[in-house]
Design a protein around this ligand. Structure first.
Ligand code: AMP
Ligand code: GLY
Length: 425
């Protein structure tokens, strides 16, 4: 079968890496892809939200499966676009309908869904420009820190955690009245602060049945010791050592099952990944967010641990037969360390030659390209997050040692990475 992956990051390189290992895949296309996907698939320079160009590509290349990496095309309704088109309706799209994608596209929608299905999450209220004053009064009833969330997609920047009440009121005003995050902050969710350690669980569902993929922990801040600005993610560890069987059972019973059942009950067409961000408060999991796609860089640590054929899994999603699948996992720990451009997540330069990748041993680490492209015969940087290095070992310390060792063999001008992953475990 011919398959198309949409996206250009480390997550999509990992999808491509797993898909090309499957005997079910004849030809793999990635749009737009990066220098890493170019080595194992055919890159097509079209944007992930250019639905008509994607349609033409799918028809021209006889593509039977489309795996959607990022959230934007999902929130814009790519699955519905395929379902409604006579020529595309039989293509298996891995990614939920536009309605399902609202779980990520609107924080208020997600909170309402969580409450409707009695899924543990922080208490909240939402406000708009008309109710700024009520919002300020609500803040007065809470204690610090104050959690403010822009309702819509804000490129991972829409959550503010503030220590001071006056500052929280000011930021609420900035978001609602001055549209600090544009249309994304026309509504704001104010939430109870949850104190605990974070982890993520990943679920693949066909809308009725599901399989639970390995857990992962991501390191979002740019600086060591979890300091400085938020990034897309500086590294990941899978599995999360504190997510033992008893805790996973709670997650399954209290969160995963009611989420999938809730989608089915509400007739929401959902065939794809659910990425559930959790905080462990005491001994209990609480949901902080849903994403309707895989995480990046979590995918680079999670998917290499899945031994089951990924295309076969996706076929079961299309046929709604995931209940017949027994997932096979690599029991070892995988760690991913992300190398980034100097300056990221603020301004950074592109076009720096990446050297030494060919000196990294394949038996020690897997190289996943994130923000890369080619310039002549050189691989060069093309984004903030550049190369992810994944390694396996019996525990996360051993795996990290291999990843760090491999990173020492590669280089680009102003390369940076965090050397303290796992410090909190
Ligand atoms: P989100 O975009 O909802 O994942 O939020 C971004 C980050 O803000 C999360 O990864 C958490 O570190 C933090 N966060 C979000 N909601 C809460 C909350 N209710 N309590 C504490 N931290 C939170
Ligand atoms: N690493 C976090 C995310 O993909 O949203």
């Amino acid at each position: 079968m011919n398959i198309l992956v949409l996206g250009s990051g480390g997550r999509e390189h990992t999808f491509a890496y797993k898909i090309t290992q499957s005997s079910l895949c004849d030809n793999l296309f990635v749009a737009p892809g990066n220098a890493g996907t170019r080595e194992i698939a055919t890159n097509i320079p079209i944007a992930v939200t250019d639905f008509s160009a994607i349609k033409n590509l799918v028809l021209e290349k006889n593509i039977e499966m489309v795996v959607v990496g990022p959230e934007d095309p999902l929130v814009q309704g790519i699955s519905d676009y395929f379902a409604k088109d006579e020529g595309l309706k039989d293509v298996v799209v891995i990614g939920p309908s536009q309605e399902g994608a609202r779980l990520e596209g609107s924080k208020e929608y997600a909170k309402e869904f969580l409450f409707r299905h009695n899924i543990p999450t922080a208490a909240y209220q939402s406000f708009d420009a008309e109710t700024v004053n009520e919002g300020k009064q609500f803040l007065e009833t809470l204690s610090a820190p104050y959690v403010l969330k822009a309702d819509g997609l804000a490129a991972g920047k829409g959550v503010l955690i503030l220590q001071n009440l006056e500052e929280a009121k000011l930021e609420l005003e900035n978001m609602l009245t001055n549209k600090k995050f544009g249309a994304a902050s026309e509504k704001v969710v104010i939430e109870e602060f949850l104190d605990g350690i974070e982890l993520s669980v990943f679920v693949l569902t066909d809308g009725k049945n599901y399989v639970t993929l390995p857990t992962a922990k991501d390191y979002k801040r740019i600086g060591e010791g979890d300091t400085g600005l938020n990034t897309g993610g500086m590294g990941a560890i899978s599995p999360v050592p504190f997510a033992n069987d008893a805790f996973m059972k709670k997650i399954e019973e209290q969160i995963i099952k009611p989420t999938v059942d809730g989608l089915a009950k509400e007739n929401i067409d959902y065939k794809g990944f659910i990425f559930i961000g959790l905080i462990k408060v005491g001994n209990d999991p609480k949901v902080i967010e849903y994403n309707v796609r895989m995480g990046d860089p979590e995918t680079e640590a999670v998917l290499p641990r899945v031994k089951t054929d990924l295309v076969e899994l996706f076929n079961h999603v299309g046929a709604q037969t995931l209940d017949t699948v027994q997932l096979e996992l690599d029991p070892r720990t995988a760690t991913t360390v992300m190398t980034v451009s100097g300056g990221y997540p603020e301004a950074y330069e592109k076009g720096k030659e990446i050297k030494g990748l060919d000196t990294i041993s394949g038996s020690e680490s897997i190289i996943f390209h994130a923000g890369t492209t080619v310039n002549g015969d050189k691989v060069v940087t093309n984004g903030g997050r550049v190369i992810a290095i994944t390694s396996f070992d019996e525990d996360f310390k051993g795996a990290l040692k291999k990843s760090y060792n491999s990173i020492e063999k590669m280089h680009f001008d102003k390369m940076y990475y965090r050397k303290d992953l796992g410090f909190d475990l």
